[in-house]
Design a protein around this ligand. Structure first.
Ligand SMILES: Cc1ncc(COP(=O)(O)O)c(C=O)c1O
Length: 408
């Protein structure tokens, strides 16, 4: 079953906007998604009449806030099929979730010469913290290369995984749209004795997630890319691993006891949630998860597959050799995120001209500079679609590209 996009679009007030008399064409959802009324209203209602601290106070209002906050954790756990809600750690964003596991697990378990395997399609959030551990611990990084059509080249995977302690990889590239075979990669990591860390930022918002079926050890993702508010990310980890890890940030809420000579940590998940969390944002995330669940993640995925084939056909047939779309051509292997080069026009110039038609795209290196070097570009334009995107959005993109050709 596909989804009813006309009805869905009515849930997103910003999509009703016109700028300079023209409709908004929002094609930057891989960057951050728009928010449905359900999220906006859940947060507004909480801020208006339900706001209170969590975990600290015993009065009724605070107990209600606690219930909402922990209820959202349970919704997230169910959404990704985590065995226990206490394995979900709320962080500032996916970047912090990755830093948490890389720094906490990494510092406790990695020594000089230990090998960590990454891929050529990682976001900086899954590269820079590892470079920091290279400097701090003397670990070694290895990289899985890409095939010509922008998928992971698995031909040497077993060799690359030899003597590896960690395999950390993206479930879906934010530049190429390529979807990784996560369960296969996790199984290969475990066979080699490594743990598997998944950057699922671009995957959890767009298809059903089952961390147990994946066989992952840690999974990081962001609220703001899945219809929820910004300022909030999530780390799921296996209970045993999280329990054995030292805390990442110290302060209030994460302790069981503090004395003049030291401290003991709280149980999961509080151990990794130091300080006052983004309470209203977690409430909003709970509403986002319920919203996505009601639509059905398999339906979201099917919509994006259909849209991807429409976009690929449209752009390739209309522009031929004038456009180079990076990443897989098979829609089963990609999400609806398209990075491209167009008629030699600089991506930043192109995005400005597209903006004159209210077509919102991102131009730049997409926080994946190693990948950009590999595909031989300083920057690309990226158009990214989501559950509320339509074929008309794709048509508007193509028309705006035509108008850019007239200017340059
Ligand atoms: C694949 C991937 N990983 C990590 C991140 C970082 O997410 P955040 O900025 O929410 O921390 C992003 C954001 O664009 C991403 O696309």
């Amino acid at each position: 079953m596909s989804i009813d996009v006309t009805t869905i679009r009515k849930d997103f007030p910003v999509l009703q906007r016109q700028i300079n008399g023209k409709p908004l064409v929002y094609l930057d959802s891989a960057n951050t998604s728009q928010k449905p009324n359900a999220v906006i209203e859940a947060m507004a209602a909480f801020m208006r009449t339900g706001y209170a601290p969590i975990n600290r106070s015993s009065y009724q209002l605070a107990a209600e806030a606690d219930t909402l906050y922990e209820g959202a954790r349970q919704l997230v756990a169910k959404f990704i099929n985590a065995p226990k809600a206490s394995e979900i750690i709320f962080t500032k964003n996916a970047t912090e979730a990755l830093n948490l596991v890389i720094m906490s697990w990494g510092r406790a378990n990695l020594r000089r010469g230990d090998v960590v395997l990454l891929t050529h399609m990682e976001h900086h959030a899954n590269i820079v913290p590892w470079h920091m551990l290279v400097a701090e611990r003397g670990i070694e990084l290895r990289w899985v290369p890409l095939t010509a059509d922008g998928q992971l080249d698995m031909s040497d995977l077993d060799t690359l995984l030899q003597d590896t302690k960690v395999f950390s990889f993206t479930a879906m590239s934010n530049v190429l749209g390529a979807i990784s075979p996560v369960a296969t990669l996790c199984a290969a990591a475990h066979k080699a004795g490594a743990i598997a860390i998944i950057d699922a930022c671009q995957s959890v918002p767009h298809q059903a997630t089952d961390v147990q079926a994946w066989g992952a050890d840690f999974v990081a993702f962001s609220s703001h890319k899945m219809c929820g508010p910004s300022g909030l990310g999530m780390l799921w980890g296996r209970e045993k691993l999280l329990e054995a890890m030292p805390p990442f940030l110290g302060g209030g809420n994460m302790i069981s006891d503090v004395r003049l000579d030291g401290f003991t940590t709280a149980c999961l998940p509080a151990k990794f949630e130091a300080g006052t969390p983004p309470i209203a944002e977690v409430v909003g995330l709970g509403a986002a998860v319920e919203y996505l669940q009601k639509i059905g993640m398999n339906n979201v995925r099917q919509h994006e597959i259909d849209l991807s084939s429409y976009v690929l056909n449209l752009l390739n047939s209309r522009f031929g050799d004038d456009i180079t779309i990076h990443g897989p051509t098979n829609t089963e292997h990609r999400g609806a995120t398209f990075s491209f080069a167009f008629r030699g026009i600089h991506p930043h110039d192109l995005s400005q001209v597209l903006d004159q038609q209210n077509v919102c795209v991102r131009a730049g290196h997409h926080c994946a500079k190693p990948l950009m070097r590999i595909i031989g570009a300083n920057a690309t334009v990226r158009a990214s679609f989501y559950l509320y995107s339509t074929q008309s959005d794709a048509d508007a993109l193509a028309d705006a590209l035509d108008s850019a050709s007239d200017i340059f």
